[in-house]
Write a protein that binds this ligand. Structure first.
Ligand code: MRU
Length: 369
């Protein structure tokens, strides 16, 4: 998608030096656009855990490149497959909730047995990491096409008047390789000439909405308004929201959705106000091994300083200021689970389905053996 009119993806291999992977450092947005170079699996671990990259599909794609970088290091230092394997497993712990991380590392590890030596391993892993990125991009494009009809129908019902869509956190192109998950139908609808406007939840404490979603919509010229996290219910009661679309970090085979903290409350408010609440997600975000989201999905707890301090720009400087009393404790729960009964449906690369096992199985029969 566009940054100041120029097309970018969120992650790419340096075309002239294949020991370098490049990312956009999302911690500096929206104030500064900076590309950061990752040169080792440690760099990748740090970028994921410190949230220089974030968003389930992008975390998976970055992990893929991390495994590849470990194999490059092994090749250069004459280490063995075991080094790459152990380092790769450590990567899985860098963030516990998004299933795409484990999915990507497992997919990379499955290439080990096809490789006879470290050179072959590095070549195979490079191809696989690139394939994960390419597939994610295609998957987002398909999610966009799947979700377009939902927005088109609403536009038709409103006789072409502006369709107001509420989204939470950042499930935009910055959270994936390109186009995003929740934003993909929005970009597709914009391209189809549909008049729309996006309510952007600021998404405390890391402000992925006000810092990232607003920034990418602004760069794409899409009408949007940032709201505080608690405003959604009021807007829904007053007819200001036609549709909610959010992303997911992990979705169970029965349709429970884990996503950024606060998603559950939006789904409750949407249900109470009869507003369609959709979750847009790629296949890599389904956890086919579990049914019950509340008891089975590990919920990440992050540093309490992410709540105690807020970051912003003062003059030319990005700085942090304390917003809580020095002695107050904070509890930083990063995700919550929205039970399937509160969700209208899933927008997937294979089409739209209801949020229950019977309907998901029709789209993904091979995962229910
Ligand atoms: O903590 P983050 O920024 O990695 O979490 C991302 C989210 O929870 C997003 O809401 C998103 O929907 C999941 S990724 C498309």
């Amino acid at each position: 998608m566009k940054v100041l009119g120029k097309n970018y993806k969120t992650i790419w291999l340096d075309p002239v030096d294949s020991r370098k992977v490049k990312i956009i450092d999302q911690r500096l947005l929206p104030h500064e656009f900076k590309v950061r170079v990752l040169e080792s699996i440690e760099d990748v671990n740090d970028a994921i855990s410190q949230m220089a990259v974030r968003g389930a599909p992008l975390i998976g794609a970055t992990a893929g490149w991390g495994v590849y970088l470990a194999s490059v290091e092994a090749l250069e230092k004459d280490l063995d497959f075991d080094f790459v394997y152990k380092k790769s497993l450590q990567l899985i712990d860098s963030r516990p909730t998004a299933i795409n991380l484990k999915w990507a590392v497992s997919r990379m590890i499955s290439k080990f047995e096809l490789s006879n030596n470290l050179y072959e391993l590095a070549e195979n892993l490079k191809k696989e990491a690139q394939a994960i990125c390419d597939e994610d991009e295609k998957s987002s494009i398909k999610i966009g096409q799947s979700g377009l009809d939902i927005i088109r129908d609403l536009s038709y019902k409103k006789s072409g008047a502006t369709v107001n869509i509420l989204t939470h956190c950042n499930a935009g192109w910055l959270a994936a390789v390109d186009f995003g998950t929740a934003t993909a139908p929005i970009y597709a609808a914009r391209d189809a000439g549909i008049d729309l406007h996006v309510w952007v939840d600021e998404t405390r404490p890391r402000n992925q909405g006000s810092n990232l979603t607003a920034w990418e919509l602004d760069n794409e010229g899409i009408k949007h308004t940032v709201i505080v996290d608690n405003a959604g219910g009021h807007l829904m009661q007053n007819g200001e929201v036609d549709l909610c679309i959010v992303g997911s970090d992990r979705t169970t085979r029965s349709g429970d959705v884990c996503n950024k903290i606060g998603t559950y409350l939006k789904a409750l408010a949407a249900k109470d106000n009869n507003i369609p609440f959709y979750v847009a997600l790629p296949e890599s975000t389904f956890d086919w091994s579990i049914d019950d989201g509340i008891s089975e999905i590990p919920i990440e707890k992050r540093d309490e300083n992410e709540i105690a301090f807020i970051s912003g720009k003062n003059g030319n400087e990005i700085c942090e200021v304390r917003v809580t009393p020095q002695n107050s404790k904070c509890l930083n729960i990063a995700f919550d689970v929205t039970p399937s009964n509160l969700i209208t449906g899933f927008i997937t690369p294979r089409g739209v389905c209801k949020s229950n096992k019977e309907d998901i199985v029709k789209l993904y029969p091979e995962n229910y053996k």
